[in-house]
Design a protein around this ligand. Sequence first.
Ligand SMILES: CC(C)(COP(=O)(O)OP(=O)(O)OC[C@H]1O[C@@H](n2cnc3c(N)ncnc32)[C@H](O)[C@@H]1OP(=O)(O)O)[C@@H](O)C(=O)NCCC(=O)NCCS
Length: 260
Amino acid sequence: MDIIDLDEKYKETFMVCLEDWSDEMKEAGNHKHKWYNEMKNKGLGVKLAVENEKVVGMIQYLPIEYSFAEGQNLFVILCIWVHGYKEGVGNFQKRGIGKALLQAAENDVKSKGANGMVAWGLSLPFWMRAKWFKKHGYLKVDKQKMQVLLWKPFTNDAMPPKWIKQKKVPELVPGKVKVTAFINGWCPAQNIVFERAKKATKEFGDNVIFEEIHTNNREHYLEWGITDALFIDNKEMRTGPPPSYEKIKNRISKRVKRLS
Ligand SMILES: CC(C)(COP(=O)(O)OP(=O)(O)OC[C@H]1O[C@@H](n2cnc3c(N)ncnc32)[C@H](O)[C@@H]1OP(=O)(O)O)[C@@H](O)C(=O)NCCC(=O)NCCS
């Protein structure tokens, strides 16, 4: 197994988070491409784990000033993922690949002179577990509901990061249902939610307004303190894992019925 920097050969596999077997991924649009094209010149790092010319793991990290946290001279891991499904390349977890990816990313940002690495994880025992980072020397610094912010300082003068908190919720529009979709672009699962919501909205004609907020634009992000989310009126809908098209449509439909 080799750890390499993202190259042209594997770019499309990276764009679908190694899930080129997944039909759902076809619904994600080109948001990750757009995000990548913007961030590749802003310090984004992507390492891939490759075995027999197949990508089996990935890690992506960027300077903290483009992330959901604030801090100085730190990098943030947006996502680490070792393919764990039986489809496609199969399950490659628990073979030390995650550890090797994390090590490679840390070495990279150290060589760039960063003061530390930041990560996020869930306090629950599934998906991206905060506990996994703790095993690798990361310390908890902040918490937001089930999400934990962790970091590993590399220097004595490193300052701990903080979450950027949500600042507001979308306002109601009298006589209409408003669907507000926040999209950053880096996460295909969230891009799927955005595309589904946009499509579902169209089924309701003039009763429903769709507002899209592109949070890779820093000004938009800082105004809201939200990276990816879906609101039907002022109620947030859970988006991880992505709700089905039908579920989103039903939620909108319930609100539309209350209009009359
Ligand atoms: C968290 C994650 C990156 C870890 O990757 P991984 O390759 O499975 O990690 P490692 O192999 O380095 O370590 C995992 C475990 O395997 C064990 N292990 C490592 N090498 C091993 C080997 N050769 N044989 C058996 N076990 C081994 C490690 O001791 C470790 O055990 P622990 O979990 O009890 O600490 C991976 O599980 C993952 O992708 N999870 C989903 C994360 C996710 O949802 N990402 C998307 C967020 S946007």
